[in-house]
Design a binder for this molecule. Sequence first.
Ligand code: R7I
Ligand code: MG
Ligand code: MG
Length: 308
Amino acid sequence: MHKGRLKSKFLGCLIGAAIGDGLGAWREGRRIAEKEDIASLAERVEELAYTDDTHMTIGVVESLIQSRGFDGEHMAQTFIKNYETEPWRGYGPGPPRVFRVIKSGEPWDSAASKIYRGGSFGNGSAMRVAPVGLLYSNNPAKLREIAYKSSSITHSHELGKEGAALQAYAVALALNTPSGEEIDREAFLLKLQNFAQTQLYKEKIANTKELLGEQDRARVVAVLGNGIEALNSVPTAIYCFLKQPKSYKDSVIYAISLGGDTDTIASMAGAISGAYLGIEAIPQEWRLKLENKAYIEDLAEKLWQTAT
Ligand code: R7I
Ligand code: MG
Ligand code: MG
């Protein structure tokens, strides 16, 4: 792929994730809503302030750039430093507790299992994993390894790690498909299904395929979920992208209209959509409202330089 095109996709992915988060944050925990209401919300809000989803994604990129690849100790310390600077970003209950355990001397790759029995299966490691998908897009085995390891810092449950790997792989598949080329939705889902190593995710992805033509959003939520667990949000985000792959705006609005964990599902859907379509596909009026846009753009460019 032409280098300039790839750069646009890196930007589209990270800016797309942050905007999905910033817009979705207005509706977190709410019920299913009309898509028109979400579209008018997007027009009304003056600033798209991001939450923990983007704050932690920023930490992942900062660490990948500075370490020129994955370094678990460095990434954990980056998360801690960022959290202590801005603890009010709406973090889930688990990560701040893990950070305290690491600060007390526990190694980065064992602290998370001390929090929930068997580790957290929340979506907190999938919501921040897009940069891993971008950096390791050409090597699925390495992508899985780094997605798992980056997840283990805070989310060591199998379902948390697998959710992160699937989201990273969806970003990689989107990145590797030229934006002028139509997405083969069945082939996309088949690749994800084969990549998944957990039966529960394989089943969810199979359900996703069945639902591609579904108009009833209550049924989509009933089957795929819209919750804070990785299993109930990562396949949903992938579905939101595949439902309308040609439009970043429609993917994000649709994701938020499903209610529930809207910032996270819209952020993950936005990351995949942006990685496919590139930065130009994200409405300019939305981009102008994004908090800290220049810094996120700078990180996207540096990650692209690291990758190429
Ligand atoms: O996953 P996490 O970082 O939260 C991310 C969410 C996103 O929606 C963000 O936008 C932000 O709002 O928070 O935080 P965790 O505490 O690791 O997991 C989230 C939730 O999943 C927990 O509060 C639990 O309700 C649930 N959970 C578990 N419950 C029981 N047993 C996760 N793991 C377990 C478990 O092992
Ligand atoms: Mg959040
Ligand atoms: Mg959320």
